[in-house]
Design a protein around this ligand. Structure first.
Ligand code: CA
Length: 712
């Protein structure tokens, strides 16, 4: 790493001279020269000691811990904006990316998979790239048209586009170098996660298990975009070999854990939509896999079998994709308990012994510590309210759950956690000095009941659950069923509702402190060596004392902060950068805030820039019935169709339009133009003519007219 710094110096000097001379980078003299985004393995490793943020979680460990110490507990009260930037009008959807900062340039993504490069000192926009994703693709995104950031390697910036493309851009110009379609476009795959580059290969997964897809992770040559290997996380539905890295382990043990026919229609799920972590110590890549598809284990696999590799952490060889080990957090998942959440590596001393470990807080509410080389479970305890399982048996590595949890034979289970999890994609952080993992967690409960009439229909949500998203109305806030004794003990320490930031001791497996936030979710976090934890919330960005949990600084941000911050230092000034904007899963399921353009806020000590507030939200007026052509559509049928096709996005709240106030309800033609023909597709409202008949659409209008009347 020292050698790299010396080599890098002349290049930096040359770049500086070029800029000083003509305000323009010097011409590239050789085809191989890399003038921007010069990241390699040594530099990601060296990030342990320098002031950049060159990879997703800063270093290979994904700890999101920075050694920078200029901003401290004592001076953080003078933190203010150094600059901010408001992105284009289409950035008014969820903002989930952590920016990367390389050689004074800040790279980030916004909704619709757009990429932006800004001067990290001034915020001046250097270039933007728009992959021009078809607005109709929003129909396939369970949780908004979000993107969680880029990877940078050898002069290129890599982004996964919502429509399944993996795209390499020139880091200096933002021009496309190559683009590959990583998914079968006949299926509702999406990409929202950030790629990682490991040993010259770009690793990328995908999402879509709610609608029905078969999960996998792929590795592409970083220079050419050629596929190097692929690992599927569920068996081939036709019983064939895939010719993929996963074939061997499926033949040997994984296919035998699947039963029945349901999964063969949907692909089974298990999507790799977020965590991809490389560990140079073990030379393994750890990926997290998602929930089953459909959700119901009964409908998917006749209620039998573990269904490998759903809800698992998988360790693969980065050169070949070869299977090394797996740990399944939720065998036979039936609750959307993904294990795609952030995976980090760390060195812990447990029982007096040093351990190199993998840590994860997946949706199911348990915090797992595994041996990084072998995958052996070292410990697992509840960090959230959990009633689906009493505990994890350390001898078998399996949860001790009760049969009622599985809502079999028409049974109904009100469980915690629910599909939003005790913690989801919002990244956690680990401070090796305090020994604590900071988890942006929240309370969650959900009522599960199987839909015995479920039929797979490609393109629709396929949960095989009854009433999961309807009818229109407030969310189900009934308390969960009595928790286990251990679950009650955890719950007693948590705030009554909403999001909380929890400082978790991964050695003792218990909370050290809990900071309650008056919000639904807590944003991703950053830990610094100076003993601070930064993280967002509804309309605020905050700094907490890493040891006590006391909130010691807050800034009103004009919009919610869900993304995790990054920090970097240039010319002796430490900056904290965070993308700001509301959206994502929480917004889609009844969001409390309207759509606003996304921004990035960059703070420094003594910063005095003020970001303006947005204009106040004005609710749409109630439907003017004088304009309405009455409907003779079937109201009951319309309500059922609405639940099946519309409510996964339009479930209430003000983030997506309130359908009962839409002036488009006035006539069958106006309504059909949007719902059938996709007149608003460029804004993310797809047409549904492939599935719904003219009469179906009119039935939905009839139902909504009834709702509009009630609203008046
Ligand atoms: Ca899911």
């Amino acid at each position: 790493m020292r050698a790299f710094r010396l080599l890098a110096l002349p290049m930096a000097v040359a770049a500086f001279l070029g800029l000083a001379g003509c305000n323009k980078a010097p011409p590239v003299t050789t085809a191989k020269a890399v003038t921007a985004g010069n990241v390699d393995a040594a530099r990601i490793q060296a990030a342990d000691h320098n002031a950049e943020w060159v990879s997703g979680g800063r270093t290979w460990s994904e700890q999101r811990f920075s050694p920078l110490e200029q901003i401290t507990r004592d001076n953080v009260n003078t933190l203010g904006l150094a600059w901010y930037h408001e992105f284009d009008a289409d950035s008014d959807r969820g903002m989930e990316a952590t920016p990367l900062i390389v050689d004074g340039v800040l790279y980030t993504t916004t909704s619709w998979s757009r990429v932006h490069a800004l001067d990290a000192r001034t915020g001046q926009l250097k270039w933007s790239y728009d992959p021009r994703v078809d607005g109709q693709k929003a129909r396939d995104a369970c949780c908004d048209v979000v993107n969680r950031g880029v990877a940078i390697w050898n002069g290129k910036v890599y982004v996964g586009a919502l429509d399944g493309r993996l795209i390499a851009l020139d880091a200096g110009t933002g021009k496309e170098v190559w683009s590959v379609q990583t998914t079968d476009t006949a299926w509702p795959y999406t990409i929202t996660g950030a790629p990682r580059v490991v040993k010259g290969k770009v690793l990328i997964g995908n999402g879509g298990a709610e609608l029905g897809v078969r999960g996998y992770v792929s590795a592409y040559d970083s220079e050419t975009g050629k596929l190097a290997w692929r690992f599927y996380t569920t068996p081939n539905p036709e019983g064939k070999a895939d010719g993929a890295a996963s074939d061997k382990v499926f033949t040997e043990k994984a296919t035998a854990t699947w039963f029945g026919e349901g999964w063969k229609k949907t692909g089974g799920g298990g999507t790799v939509w977020d965590a991809i972590t490389y560990d140079p110590v073990t030379d393994l890549v750890y990926i997290g896999t998602g929930n089953g598809s459909p959700w119901s284990h009964q409908a998917r696999s006749d209620g039998r079998g573990d269904n490998l590799f759903l809800s698992s952490i998988l360790a693969l060889k980065p050169d070949t994709g070869e299977y090394v080990w797996h740990y399944q957090t939720t065998p036979g998942d039936s609750w959307d308990y993904t294990a795609t959440q952030h995976i980090m590596t760390a060195d812990l001393t447990i029982g007096g012994q040093p351990h190199h470990v993998v840590m994860q807080a997946p949706k199911n509410g348990f915090f797992y510590v595994l041996d990084a080389a072998s995958g052996k479970l070292l410990s697992a305890e509840k960090y959230a309210g959990v009633n689906w399982a009493e505990k994890i048996d350390l001898a078998t590595g399996r949860p001790v759950d009760n049969p009622r949890t599985r809502y079999l034979k028409g049974g109904l289970s009100r469980l915690s956690a629910g599909p939003n999890g005790g913690h989801t994609w919002q990244p956690m952080a680990f401070n090796p000095r305090t020994g604590l993992v900071y988890i942006p967690a929240h309370r969650d409960g959900f009522t599960y009941k199987q839909d015995p009439t479920w039929q797979f229909l490609r393109g629709r949500w396929n949960l095989a659950l009854e009433g999961a998203f309807g009818p229109l109305g407030p969310p189900d806030t009934r308390p969960v069923e009595k928790l286990s004794a251990a679950g009650e003990a955890v719950l007693a320490k948590l705030p009554a509702g909403g999001g909380y930031l929890i400082a978790w001791d991964p050695v003792q497996q218990q909370p050290r402190w809990i900071a309650a936030e008056d919000n639904a979710w807590t944003g991703g976090v950053l830990a610094t060596a100076s003993g601070l934890v930064f993280g967002g919330s509804d309309n605020t960005f905050n700094a907490y004392d890493a040891v006590t949990g006391k909130k010691i600084w807050t800034d009103r941000t004009a919009a919610a902060v869900m993304a995790a911050p990054a920090t970097y230092e240039i010319d002796g000034v430490q900056y904290i950068a965070v993308t700001v904007g509301y959206g994502g899963a929480n917004a889609m399921i009844g969001g409390r805030f309207p759509r606003r353009p996304g921004r990035i806020y960059v703070y420094k000590l003594g910063g005095t820039v003020k970001a303006p507030d947005f204009a106040p939200h004005v609710p749409a007026p109630p439907l003017d019935f004088r304009t309405v052509t009455a409907s003779s559509g079937n109201v009951a049928h319309g309500g059922k169709l609405l639940a099946d096709w519309c409510l996964s996005c339009h479930i209430g709240g003000i983030y997506t339009p309130d359908l009962a106030r839409s002036p488009r309800l006035a006539t069958p033609e106006l309504f059909r133009e949007v719902v059938h023909a996709g007149a608003l597709r460029s804004r993310g409202m797809a047409g549904f003519d492939a599935w719904l008949s003219t009469q179906d659409v009119e039935d939905i209008r009839a139902f909504l007219l009834g709702e509009a009347r009630k609203a008046r």
